[in-house]
Design a protein around this ligand. Structure first.
Ligand SMILES: *Cc1c(COP(=O)(O)O)cnc(C)c1O
Length: 232
């Protein structure tokens, strides 16, 4: 289990090195530890290593962990991100328990999250998921739809629009990926110009962390490189 702490420290060092290589401020890049299929013990180990931001993909699994750590680690400033595909019948659990959602991809989802966010909670931080590769996957909007969805979310009182998120298409060439990341960064920059409080570009996983930071990512979502493979 000590390996988890070592891995976290290693990745934090790598983030700094990569930031310097690409002339970026390392403080602009945050590490999100992705804990889907991992146990409370794994998470506990990461917390002991100073990792407080966690990403979960499944509503029930994530919620159970949040409740567990809210009682056992209530003094730690833990921040929980929902990063999985979100169906509209699951929005309530997310609105009531998570701090961030990365996968907002429709007006309907956004409006439900807004309505279901408890009034005494802070606003729910939201990222709009972009489907860059225009594949038939259902998650993510096309770049053309961004303007309208951002306008809607920005008007919702219980949600705070923070930026965009993307998952790269598998099996693309290096050149193609670079182009996609550049397109995403352009969208993010445009959004920031319209909404000055937008500050988050969620891009990069264990395999593409360097390419994502080179492209301007501010939040890298790392699972395997911290906790090992997810073989159940
Ligand atoms: C699982 C997952 C990750 C982490 O991927 P690794 O390759 O294990 O680092 C990041 N983002 C999303 C949306 C995921 O589902």
């Amino acid at each position: 289990m000590k390996r988890i702490a070592d891995n976290i420290n290693h990745i934090k060092r790598r983030i700094k090195e990569i930031a310097h290589t690409y002339q970026r401020d390392p403080d602009e890049i945050t590490l999100l530890a992705v804990t889907k299929n991992k146990t409370d013990k794994h998470i506990q180990e990461a917390i002991l290593a100073g990792q407080y931001w966690f990403g979960e993909n499944y509503v029930q699994e994530g919620c159970k962990k949040i409740l567990h750590f809210r009682s056992s680690c209530h003094k730690m400033p833990l921040v929980w991100h929902f990063i999985g595909a979100l169906q509209s019948n699951k929005t309530r659990v997310v609105a009531e328990n998570f701090d961030w959602v990365h996968s907002v991809n429709s007006v309907k989802i956004a409006e439900r999250l807004n309505q279901q966010r408890p009034k005494n909670n802070e606003r729910l931080n939201a990222l709009i998921q972009i489907n860059i590769s225009n594949e038939d996957t259902k998650s993510g909007i096309t770049p053309r739809e961004l303007d309208a969805l951002a306008t809607t979310i920005n008007a919702l009182p219980n949600i705070r629009l923070r930026g965009i998120m993307a998952i790269p298409a598998p099996n693309v060439t290096e050149k193609h990926r670079k182009q996609e990341y550049a397109n995403l960064f352009a969208l993010y920059s445009q959004l920031r110009q319209q909404y000055p409080h937008v500050d988050t570009f969620s891009l990069g996983m264990s395999e593409d962390m360097e390419a994502a930071i080179a492209a301007g990512s501010t939040l890298v979502r790392i699972g395997t490189a911290i906790f090992g493979a997810r073989n159940q």
